[in-house]
Each structure stands twice: as C-alpha cells, then as structure tokens.
Design a protein around this ligand. Sequence first.
Ligand SMILES: [Zn+2]
Length: 211
Amino acid sequence: MCNILRVRWTIVPRTAPQPWIACSGCGGLRAFQPSGKIRLNANGRQLDAWLIYRCTTCEKTWNRPIFERQNVRDIDPAVLDALQSNDPQWIRTETFNLEALKRKSQHVDEFSEFEIEKDILLETANWTMLELDLTVPFPVSTRLDRLLASELKVSRARLRRLHDGGTLRTSSDRADILRRRLKTGTRITIDLSAEADREQLWRALATGCPL
Ligand SMILES: [Zn+2]
C-alpha cells in the first residue's frame, strides 16, 4: 500500500515514578522523588552505588541501592563510567526502572503526563491511510485510547467504534489494546479515505505541523 502518511510518535513521561518509603525525617510513608544524583562509595575493591531520592514533604534523602559491595571487576564498564560521570541520561533511565523500584517499595506512584514528539517518516501524495508508530523509551502510565483521543481530538467512544469496525487497526492482536498502556513498536493504522478533512485537520493533529 503506498497511500500512506506515516508518523512516529515518541512519548516521554514528564515525571519519574515516585516510590513510597518510610521517611526518617518527617515520619510515616511518603512519596520520594529522584534528585538526579548518584552516590558512590568505594571500600577497597568493592563499590556501592545509590540513586539519591528526596522526601516530597521534608526533603530528607533516601538512598536507593543500584548495587552494594560489588567487586569493581564485576561491574559493566559502561555502567561504571556512567556512575562516575553522573551521566544524566543513564540516571534518567534508571529513575524509570519500575521493577527495581517495586522491589524496594510496595507502592510506586506513576504519572500520566507526557511530552510527545511527532516526526513524519513517509508522506505520499493523496494519502488516505494514517500510520502512527509509537516509540516509548520509558514506561508511561497512559492508555492508548487516552493518547489517541487527546492527540487526535476524537472521543474514546468513537475510537472504539473505529476499532470495532476495522477502520482503526493496530499491530497488536490483543482485543483490549486500546485500554492498555503505551508500548514501543505498536503501530496504529487509521483508514481516513472517508474523511474529507484528512489533509488538513487530521494531518495537523497527527504530525503536529500547523494547518
Ligand atoms: Zn519526609
């Protein structure tokens, strides 16, 4: 099929997950947010590394272990390098490590606000099919139907009808894909051949380029 407008949507959550931890500063369970800093402690050949979090109420710190008493030789050199240079990208990725957070906290707050970048990958003349390729580098607590509804200004009920009728298809074979979290690699295809305003309104919303 060569009547396509293909756009990559890269969705990045605004706020890192916040674990709830018993705070030694103000007492009780509190949400902690990452400070963006690392603490390293060397003891002979052994190394400890922590990500520093702060209580959202009193700013008291909590050190989230990345590893403890690890022999320097056993540490991936790329990780060691990232830790020693306080690599912001590595730190950011680690703050979204939900599995590691859930091992330390029974309750982790996730946030659904995100930034979205839209890049046109392919645009043929007189296109009728809109293809959206999702890239989701960090876990984001947003459902697919909410993303499409807010970005394409379509109600979720209408999205459901389009999906049920086969006008909107996805690369997933899950029937409940619209209600699931965003996932990298998902492709959404919408047949807009019946929509007169596809080249104006739909294009503008899908690509982020003004009318
Ligand atoms: Zn506190």
